[in-house]
Ligand binder design. Structure first.
Ligand code: AHG
Ligand code: MN
Ligand code: MN
Length: 355
């Protein structure tokens, strides 16, 4: 065990009482109670999850009044590192998250869809920090101007560089299976924060009357099978043969097509009702469009923790992919285990055939 993890002064022998069924449990209370799940917990991870909860409330406030405060539309002359147009709310959400994580100084660096490189975070006082946080501050941002649900996605890793030195890119380039926590916030008909620390998935709905996220979806489990598939079918002719055959099969089976265009929203529906989400290679994005580190990995961890599966179209488990770059893209298929297995069979059967 690395020396910096040893905290003999922090006893974990006294477990707090179980969370009762019959009263409101806030996100903060839940996080603090769950700290006992982590051996040698120092409170940093707890603090990080709370920081993200605070940033989510601030972003939620702005998303909700977006039409009133001149924050809709494209940010002036801005494109992010991937060449995507930045919306004003992308920029706003990014700034709030960076700010919340920097102010608390609980992590040593952050990385975002909206920033080219990692952003080191100075510690508060003399305290080496052990975690890095990656995020997509606003997912589905092309939906903002039309009042359709958007989200925030985050992933937390324990750094692998020496905690007494500066953070490095390698701290972020770890396979998704090393995530210590991952989650999303969905700014929908209600606002919900869903996260996992590798011990199941729980969801917390924001109660606007008290300004707190309250436990509403305990131990979320994805249905084994589903009746819906989620893909941008407008690109059908640009998909590989095996994907077209699988989509034809979904249609033959009378599965419903549901595609919101905010991955967070599509995944949230799938977590609750079952189904499969696909973003395969297209001619424009031969390696897939979605970003491995802050879109695919965190949502793959959530889906797996809820009993689902997540693979790329090369049939590799998303969480096993060793990343090479911060903004790397990946193809992705995730959701109900039976549906992912069925897709896998189509890929095995048709991928060797000529297109
Ligand atoms: P972002 O807004 O963070 O750039 O992400 C958009 C992503 C994802 O949320 C969504 O599923 C997908 O892009 C939609 O892409 P298409 O419009 O190509 O279907
Ligand atoms: Mn996104
Ligand atoms: Mn985004």
């Amino acid at each position: 065990m690395p020396k910096n993890l040893t905290r003999p002064d922090v006893p974990h022998a006294i477990a707090p009482p179980p969370i009762p069924d019959n009263r409101i449990v806030t996100l903060d209370e839940f996080i603090i109670r769950s700290e006992k799940d982590f051996e040698y917990a120092t409170g940093e991870l707890t603090g990080l999850l709370r920081d993200i909860g605070v940033a989510a409330k601030i972003i939620n406030r702005e998303v909700n009044k977006a039409g009133l405060v001149n924050i809709l539309g494209v940010s002036s002359g801005n494109e992010n590192q991937s060449g995507d147009v930045q919306q004003k709310l992308d920029v706003y959400a990014n700034e709030r998250l960076v700010e919340c994580l920097q102010n608390s100084g609980e992590c040593c660096a952050v990385a975002s869809e909206e920033n080219d490189d990692i952003i080191p975070v100075p510690g508060v006082g003399y305290k080496p920090n052990h975690y890095v946080v990656l995020f997509d501050p606003l997912d589905g941002s092309s939906n903002i101007d039309v009042n359709v649900s958007v989200g925030t996605i985050f992933a937390i890793y324990r750094r692998i560089s020496d905690p007494s030195g500066p953070p490095s890119r390698e701290d972020f380039l770890q396979p998704g299976k090393r995530q210590v926590a991952a989650g999303y916030v969905l700014y929908g008909t209600s606002t919900i924060l869903v996260y996992t620390t590798g011990r199941g998935v729980n969801g917390f709905t924001l109660d606007p009357s008290i300004g707190e996220f309250c436990l509403s979806h305990r131990n979320m489990r994805i249905p084994d099978n589903g009746q819906n598939y989620s893909v941008n079918q407008g690109y059908y002719s640009k998909f590989d043969l095996e994907m077209r055959r699988y989509i034809d099969h979904c249609s033959d089976q009378n599965y419903g097509l549901r595609y919101i265009g905010s991955m967070v929203s599509d995944i949230h529906r799938i977590l609750i009702h079952g189904g499969i989400f696909l973003y395969p290679s297209t001619r424009k994005y031969p390696g897939g469009k979605l970003r491995l580190l802050y879109e695919c990995n965190p949502l793959a961890m959530i889906v797996e923790q809820a009993g689902g599966k997540a693979i790329n179209t090369g049939l590799k488990r998303i969480l096993d992919i060793a990343p090479g770059e911060l903004h790397q893209r990946s193809t992705v298929a995730l959701g109900s285990p039976a549906m992912v297995d069925e897709l896998k069979a189509f890929i095995e059967r048709y991928s060797a055939l000529p297109i």
